[in-house]
Design a protein around this ligand. Structure first.
Ligand code: FES
Ligand SMILES: [Fe+2]
Length: 407
């Protein structure tokens, strides 16, 4: 974790806050409205972005113990994660090497896996150890029929996997050093309090909202309040972006008292003030801190495209530094989580769905991202760039950025 980098960003936010300014992009950017509605483009996004790039598949605390597993379906790719005895996580294609039946469903804990179709068994590490009725089945080399693995990487309390077993893109390279900053959340020692999945509009329509403070005091006037800042400065590491409101004031976790950060030395700035705002991980994650149930908490939103261009699904993971223990704290943590569900479901996604239906009329050719909406500009720029990149170009695209981030 680089506290210096976090301090540098915080100083930027303090200075702009004190001067009542924000960093603006160079120009207003236009994105074709069809980028949100074209079913063919949507298919390309699934294959060239979601099935080709590392995705944050689970917070580490969803699989805290050896043997823990979780099955997922991402854009039609069946995947399961399994925490090994030595603590490592392996990501498998969730298909039995006999005839392709999914090996596990949902979540659970298992020392080995038995396929529910004909009973082939696999070790936790995917090795095929038992062919049912081997004397009848015929001879095969078991070592050639292990479960297929996907590239996987765990850092900062988050697990990434790439849904292409043959991907040559290094996941750490792809993260451009951003995960070393995410470490500052300390998520590897946190616990999962609750999770739920919400249906939303087109995945980019939904994701735009996470990269946008401009809408906060308007769309969320009844929940966050009409005096919420609508300005954000943006910081980028490759396609991954953090956005945070320029402000010299901050409240310490668990307190209502505003403190003037501009009067503090670097050492005095509270840790939580360094993590303000929304931290997004391209192409589909947003992380924001919240306080509830007497604990530090964070909402991790994980977005996936649905089965058609106008549909997405978001899993909200509410992670907490410690599990709340008293009844009152548990209740208040649930209330905090329910509140965030209402904000996203009834305000962001309800608006996104209306916006999507209107865009599908085809009568508007372009949508606009203002100079104050750099997050959306950068996001849509990367989507276009990644759709145009061939297989070989991907690794090249991320290797130099990684070096740049480490400078
Ligand atoms: S498909 Fe798994 S044992 Fe037959
Ligand atoms: Fe919103």
């Amino acid at each position: 974790m680089s506290r210096e980098q976090l301090i540098e960003m915080t100083r930027n936010l303090i200075e702009h806050g004190a001067a009542d300014t924000m960093e603006l992009a160079d120009e207003v950017v236009r994105v074709p409205a069809s980028a949100y509605t074209d079913p063919e483009l949507f298919e390309q996004e699934k294959s060239k972005i979601f099935k080709r790039l590392p995705l944050m598949v689970a917070p580490s605390c969803e699989l805290p113990n050896p043997g823990d597993f979780k099955a997922m379906d991402i854009c039609g790719v069946p995947l399961f994660l399994s925490r090994q005895k030595d603590g490592e996580v392996i990501a498998f294609l969730n298909m039995c090497s006999h005839r392709g039946n999914p090996i596990v469903e949902g979540t659970g804990n298992a020392a080995r896996f038995m396929c529910g179709y004909h009973g082939w068994t696999f070790k936790q590490n995917g090795d095929l150890i038992g062919v049912a009725s081997p004397q009848d089945f015929g001879s095969i080399d078991k070592s050639k029929h292990c479960l297929t693995r996907f590239p996987v990487h765990e850092s900062a309390g988050l697990i990434w996997a790439t849904l292409d077993p043959n991907s040559t893109l290094s996941i750490p390279d792809y993260l451009c050093g951003y995960d070393s900053l995410l470490e500052a959340f300390g998520l590897e020692d946190w616990t999962l309090f609750s999770q739920r999945t919400l249906a939303g509009p087109n995945w980019k329509t939904a994701y735009d909202g996470y990269l946008d403070f401009y809408h906060l005091p308007v769309l969320h006037k009844d929940t966050f309040g009409a005096d919420f800042y609508n300005r954000a400065n943006f910081f980028a590491w490759g396609p991954h972006q953090r956005l945070s409101a320029p402000s010299k004031m901050a409240t310490r976790v668990g307190s209502d008292v505003e403190e003037d950060l501009s009067q503090m030395s670097d050492d005095e700035i509270p840790h939580d003030a360094l993590l303000s705002g929304v931290w997004t991980i391209f192409p589909h994650i947003s992380i924001a801190s919240f306080y509830g149930g007497g604990q530090r908490g964070a909402m991790i939103s994980q977005l996936f495209p649905g089965s058609h261009v106008g549909e997405s699904f978001t899993t909200q993971y509410y992670v907490m530094e410690n599990q709340p223990e008293t009844e009152e704290d548990i209740k208040s943590a649930h209330e905090q989580f329910d509140f965030l569900e209402v904000v996203v479901r009834d305000e962001d996604y309800a608006t996104g769905k209306r916006q999507h239906e209107a865009l599908q009329s085809g009568l508007m050719k372009e949508v606009l991202f203002g100079k104050n909406e750099r997050g959306g500009q950068v996001f849509h720029g990367w989507v276009e760039k990644l759709l145009a990149a061939d297989e070989a170009g991907l690794a090249d695209m991320f290797a130099p950025q990684q070096a740049e981030a480490a400078e």
